[in-house]
Design a protein. Structure first.
Length: 229
């Protein structure tokens, strides 16, 4: 074996090692972890809201392992007007849509509340907490706490306020119009009202059995001004 061939054999392992180092650079690319700060953006957040008109392409484990060929999503239609449905799920007249404050147009049934609770636990509870007190699991990990639904201000807010916030976002909360269908947004609003009532039910709306149970569980200093906990 001549010297040139021997030199080549000796250099070959070194070349492979260089390739491996280059591959490691690709494995560990610079990136921001979820919720990490980034001074590049004016608000200091690395998490960015998708540009207007962006549509989700795929979702789920199958989508990740198939370059998006599997798990394709059917985009939710744009939110459209602030109040898109009446109690039968039909579009409302433009005059009604233009009103600033309005009530939930859907009939409040046990089925609607069950649907609202399911959607709330999926999309809202991580930040807002299952009780609606603003102490969800993400908040316990350091994310800014949203206001409690049980404040006087939010108990007085119209149903349309909650619908619009779900649709358009508010503050650090991004819009959910592409994740939650309009009817489900109203179901969530109905469930939020149920959560508020669970903490602020007036005495005159409770029956004798509820009042008796409340009197047994309430502290001695509790007054009769209401059933709020």
């Amino acid at each position: 074996m001549n010297g040139r061939a021997l030199c080549g054999l000796l250099l070959f392992p070194l070349a492979l090692g260089g390739c491996e180092r280059a591959m490691h650079d690709m494995y560990a690319q610079p990136k921001d972890k979820p919720l990490a700060p980034n001074a590049l953006f004016a608000d200091g957040n690395s998490a960015r809201t998708p540009p207007p008109g962006t549509l989700p392409r795929s979702s789920g484990e199958a989508a990740d392992t198939s370059s998006g060929r599997r798990g394709a999503l059917t985009p939710v239609p744009p939110a459209g007007p602030a109040l898109p449905l009446d109690a039968q799920g039909r579009d409302l007249a433009q005059g009604e849509v233009g009103q600033r404050s309005y009530a939930n147009p859907l009939s409040i049934t046990a089925a609607l509340l069950a649907r609202g609770r399911q959607r709330f636990d999926i999309y809202c509870a991580p930040c807002h907490g299952r009780a609606g007190d603003g102490q969800g699991m993400i908040v316990m990990r350091g994310f800014p706490a949203p206001p409690s639904y049980h404040t006087d201000k939010l108990r007085r807010a119209p149903d349309s306020h909650f619908y619009q916030v779900i649709s358009d976002g508010y503050g650090v909360m991004y819009p959910y119009a592409d994740r939650v269908a309009p009817r489900d947004r109203w179901a969530i609003v109905a469930y939020i009202r149920a959560l508020q009532l669970s903490q602020h039910a007036p005495d005159n709306e409770l029956d004798a059995q509820d009042l008796q149970q409340l009197s047994r569980s309430a502290p001695a200093s509790t007054t009769s001004g209401g059933a709020s906990r």
